[in-house]
Ligand binder design. Structure first.
Ligand code: HSE
Length: 403
């Protein structure tokens, strides 16, 4: 029997305790031995909580207990969680986490530390919630040169956009519902401004391309500026607006990674990933395109991945599962403005101004459009070129089109 601890008793920590308890026997069969939850770290007492008897308040109780071999970090953030994870790894314990902020910010250091200490540091739940994606990239697709990874990486914003697109709800109304359903983080800024998806695309890029992509090197744009008018124009052409994280190999030693809302044709499977679901496409030189789809948030889907990582730590302690990457050089990550694509532009500029700046545009007409407003799809051009052509023009919105 192996003893385990969970740090944090929030949505994911509570879900993990529930899964370990509910599926105790099958987990024991698959892990080769029973995983017994010995402690749950929680700041304050929880009278009446189903796991009250396991609650401790001091991390040292866990770090100094040699019986505890596996720790699931479910606190969130990159400060306390970082200190605690480091202390556990230093003490020779296997650590698993769902914490994308921690992995995106400190993953290089923590995977290196885990390797030095001969233990696992696993984080399958940090991207795509319950979707198996990091192991498939590192193991099943290990023979591929990966050229790009792209996906809907945030369940909250996908839920909000789906409600806006399908039900005509306002952003505020849809956000409130996402919070009530427990999808949104306590502070929804990280979701709606694209920071959460940004952390996830950094982790995907780290693993797909093998070198560190710092969160500070990528650009992120969220969904707060998307209007019902933009949704209508997109719909008129058979597109949906989705928030995508994308990472693309742009040269032998360079990648571009960013998060931005895109127009996606309804014919693209990613466009039909709705609600809280996430969908991720990985392109490799041998496999072609592989798609991964499933629940990207929520207590039990995330706990499913956390508990599976715990099983991996226990199954064969002598064989570590190594997920890791290497440091990157200055200039490794380049901005997305040099990528060429078609764009949807919504503008209050007069027709003559549009005609003098662009050729071959396709205008979109919707009955609800105000008289002095135009929306159109451009030819392929970089973001830099689009900015140059629209200089001095009143641009109300601009979106990349994913082809
Ligand atoms: N807030 C995140 C989301 C939780 O909505 O996707 C899962 O990482």
């Amino acid at each position: 029997m192996v003893k385990a601890a969970i740090l944090g008793i929030g949505t994911v920590g509570g879900g993990t305790a529930e899964v370990l308890t509910k599926n105790r026997e099958l987990i024991a069969r698959r892990a080769g031995q029973e995983i017994e939850l010995k402690y749950i770290l929680c700041r304050s007492p929880r009278p009446g909580h189903p796991f009250e008897s396991l609650i401790v308040h001091d991390i040292d109780t866990i770090v100094s207990d040699g019986e505890v071999k596996v720790v699931a970090e479910c606190i969130g953030g990159a400060t306390l969680a970082y200190e605690y994870v480091k202390a556990c790894l230093e003490a020779g314990k296997n650590v698993v986490t769902s914490n994308k902020e921690l992995v995106a910010e400190k993953g290089l250091e923590l995977t290196t530390l885990a390797r030095r200490k001969g233990v696992n540091f696993l984080f399958e739940a940090s991207v795509g919630g319950g979707i198996p994606i990091l192991r498939p990239i590192c193991q099943c697709l290990a023979a591929n040169e990966i050229s790009s990874v792209c996906g809907i990486l945030n369940g909250t914003t996908n839920y909000i956009l789906t409600e806006m697109i399908q039900m005509g709800k306002s952003f505020e109304q849809a956000l409130r519902e996402a919070q009530e359903k427990g999808y949104a983080e306590a502070d929804p800024t990280a979701d709606v401004e694209g920071l959460d998806a940004g952390r996830k695309i950094c982790i995907l890029a780290d693993l797909c391309f093998g070198k560190n992509v710092p969160t500070s090197a990528i650009t992120t744009e969220g969904i707060t500026k998307i209007t019902p008018a933009d949704i209508e124009y997109a719909r008129a052409l058979g597109y949906k607006i989705k928030l995508l994280g994308r990472a693309i190999r742009t040269g032998p030693n360079s990648v571009t990674a960013f998060v931005a809302p895109h127009l996606i044709s309804k014919a693209n499977p990613i466009a039909n990933v709705d609600g809280v679901m996430n969908g991720i496409s990985v392109k490799g030189d041998a496999v072609g395109e592989a798609m991964f789809f499933g629940p990207g948030a929520g207590a039990l889907p995330t706990a499913s991945a956390v508990a599976a990582d715990m099983i991996d730590c226990v199954r064969d302690p002598a064989t570590r599962v190594y997920l890791g990457w290497w440091p990157s050089e200055e200039g490794y990550v380049t901005g997305p403005d040099k990528l060429s694509c078609r764009w949807m532009v919504r503008t209050g500029a007069p027709l003559e101004r549009i005609a003098s700046a662009f050729s071959g545009v396709r205008f979109i007409s919707v009955p609800s459009a105000p008289p002095e407003e135009y929306a159109f799809i451009t030819q392929y051009m970089t973001g830099e070129e689009l900015s140059a052509r629209t200089e001095g023009m009143q641009v109300l919105a601009r979106y990349r089109v994913l082809d």
